[in-house]
Ligand binder design. Sequence first.
Ligand SMILES: [Zn+2]
Length: 281
Amino acid sequence: MPGPDRPTIANEPRLTERVRETARRGALSHAIILSGQGDLSAAARFVAAALECEGDGPPCGQCGPCRKVLRDIHPDVATVADPEHKNISVDVLRRTVADAYILPNEGRRKVYIFPDCDLLDPKAQNVLLKVVEEGPPHAAFLFCARNSAVLLPTIRSRAVEWKLSAEEETAETDDRAKQLCELLCGGKAADIVSFCTELENSKLDRDALQGILSDARDLAVAGLAATYGAAGDGFSRRLAEKAGRRRLAASVEILERFTRECQYNINVGQLTGALAVALTG
Ligand SMILES: [Zn+2]
């Protein structure tokens, strides 16, 4: 296991673990929105290190690329800013887009951090749209936004959203996320179907459903990490024992997919129905 001084995102143990687990699977998205309260830029830097890391348990904090990213001197990790204007100008973004098509200098990826998406008006975002949608495989975009609604739906639909301070979410969401996780890890098909039906009948909106799904995914990720020896809490150790690595990995994938689908404009009934099918299938 990597040493004790592995970097973390301050006050965000779950997000730290989630980034690490996703990076370990090589599944970090090329477009990530970091939203919510807390130090979004620090979280973005941590994700950038995970994208560039060449060590074990990315970001390891020990390898050359990690150290450069964390010290903000990596030539392939850029913070997109425009000190001369109030908002980031279209010119700056056009240069960013052109740069994204050039191969990395030394890193695995070219990473662009947008530290405050409030500074990206819709016109500016449209300049970025194509490169986010179908840019070169080496390019990655990290959007920091207190509220992801400042980003165009077209950008949001291409990105994965990770919320900071997830622990502030309601206890009720957390309970249902735990219940869902336990069902995934050994529940009967009939129980999963009735849980999904209950979700549908409780008339929650898509945001609430997304909260439950992303919490359940976090819990499953922590369980998966526990199968690799991560310390974790009692719940994640139980999940790891009960479900095992393979089942947890499959659950993480399903929950990840449905969390993303909540961003599209489809109704909760369709989503919970499809979820029941995916989970029992
Ligand atoms: Zn590293």
